[in-house]
Ligand binder design. Sequence first.
Ligand SMILES: Cc1cc2nc3c(=O)[nH]c(=O)nc-3n(C[C@H](O)[C@H](O)[C@H](O)COP(=O)(O)OP(=O)(O)OC[C@H]3O[C@@H](n4cnc5c(N)ncnc54)[C@H](O)[C@@H]3O)c2cc1C
Ligand SMILES: NC(=O)c1ccc[n+]([C@@H]2O[C@H](COP(=O)([O-])OP(=O)(O)OC[C@H]3O[C@@H](n4cnc5c(N)ncnc54)[C@H](O)[C@@H]3O)[C@@H](O)[C@H]2O)c1
Length: 451
Amino acid sequence: MSSPTHFDLIVIGTGPAGGTVASKIAETGKRVAIVDERTFGGTCALRGCNPKKVYVNAGQLLDRVRRSNGQLVADASARIDWEKLHAFKETFTRPVAEGSEASFRDSGITTLHGTAKFIGVSTLSIAGELYEADRIVIATGGRPRTLSFPNSECLISSDVFLDLSQLPRHIAFVGGGYISMEFAHVAARAGSRVTIIEKNSSVLSGFDPDLVKTLTAHSHQLGIQFLLNQTIEGIDVLGDESRRIKLRDGQTVAADCVVHGAGRVPNIDRMQLDVAGIQHDQDGVSVDAHLRSQSNERVYAVGDCARTAQPRLTPVANEDARIVAKNLFADRPVRSPDYGMVPHACFTTPAIASVGLSEEQARQTSADLDVRTGDMSDWSSVRKTGKTVAGYKVLIDRDSDAILGAHLLGPGAEETINLFAMAMKHNLTAAEVKSTLFVFPSFSHDIRQMI
Ligand SMILES: Cc1cc2nc3c(=O)[nH]c(=O)nc-3n(C[C@H](O)[C@H](O)[C@H](O)COP(=O)(O)OP(=O)(O)OC[C@H]3O[C@@H](n4cnc5c(N)ncnc54)[C@H](O)[C@@H]3O)c2cc1C
Ligand SMILES: NC(=O)c1ccc[n+]([C@@H]2O[C@H](COP(=O)([O-])OP(=O)(O)OC[C@H]3O[C@@H](n4cnc5c(N)ncnc54)[C@H](O)[C@@H]3O)[C@@H](O)[C@H]2O)c1
């Protein structure tokens, strides 16, 4: 067998994490290769955040027109043409693969295609060829969790859902997390009958339970059916587009398509990590504070496939990449990511968003907690958009006046939460935030009333 082609760095995965590391290191003049087994660009740009947001925008627009009740616009009878919307979505995703590969090549990066597998501590096999490198960065992202009930393989993934050019009439979602809630809101507004089957007693476990209750009731009014505390026993495949989901309590749910929204896990199981002595478990590649593998010092891991305490989101992947690019060829890797406060939002309509501690966590941290909470649906900013649900919960430690957590539901929540994240990262007190002048009228201006 011929000797392996040598690089200073090989990056596995072309998503936000891997792509950023490769580009930054190539700028320093090192010999860099990047590989992907799918089209270049990663989940966020091709199968996640960006295409999803195109659909969400259509759902928001429709919601706003319908809610205007003849007051903001005269004719509220708008509808989504899914085929056209899908075609519009493609205008964002189609150019990504070619564009991202060309941009790597323009930066002098070698682009490779295939599934990378370790065959030695620093040697990879890719599409039958061997490659070795002084440093290897694993940035392979996530994949849908494997489910164990009979016929679970008939579920479609979020990748496939985003690519449907026809919207099924009845869609069932397994799991009530981000993916299901975001897709369900769009699909229900576009005319599908939607059922969400969740194993726990409520959906969206990472968000404030009181705001989730309000959002769930609102989603129910939209026509989304929630089946909570459910265990799926199996699925009968009755035809190409006919499924019957059997629940442990004896209920059955008929659907044209069943979507996997039951969580994602690190995509590392096919890489033969043990061959390279790279410690890992179901939560990802074990890394130290500098994102270096704890057991193979040539290897780093970033983004969704790394085992850190952070949520699996694009801004986290970007921060990992920024730090690893500094550590990779340093004499000693000393930099650690500065995640600050990671805000998160689920793009339902309206959106729900959070940053910092939950009320339960804040009660354990603060001896004197001020829970500022309220219904915002009658606030002028919200009413001006037409009537919808809106609420907030801001957690302030009375002793220090520190903001410990902020939780929002309502129009613009996905934007307003960023101001809380900035204030909290930079330790602004509640009084300092309240004394800041914000544009009026704006959703951000409402912050002054919340604290
Ligand atoms: C439907 C959906 C919606 C989302 N929406 C949001 C959102 O609104 N906001 C947000 O912040 N986050 C969102 N996310 C999460 C976000 O997409 C991820 O956190 C982000 O893409 C992680 O980046 P990454 O670079 O770690 O991995 P990825 O972007 O997943 O890239 C990994 C790449 O590695 C490749 N790969 C895997 N294994 C191998 C191998 N062995 N050999 C070669 N190549 C390999 C894959 O093909 C892939 O291209 C969403 C995710 C999904 C699924
Ligand atoms: N807006 C965003 O930032 C965004 C959007 C989509 C996805 N994402 C990322 O993708 C990840 C995956 O999203 P997701 O929605 O698949 O996962 P999730 O972790 O958000 O939710 C999974 C849900 O499925 C439930 N579940 C698990 N197994 C089940 C079963 N057998 N039957 C019924 N319910 C079951 C869980 O209790 C949970 O409520 C997210 O954690 C996030 O990192 C982010």
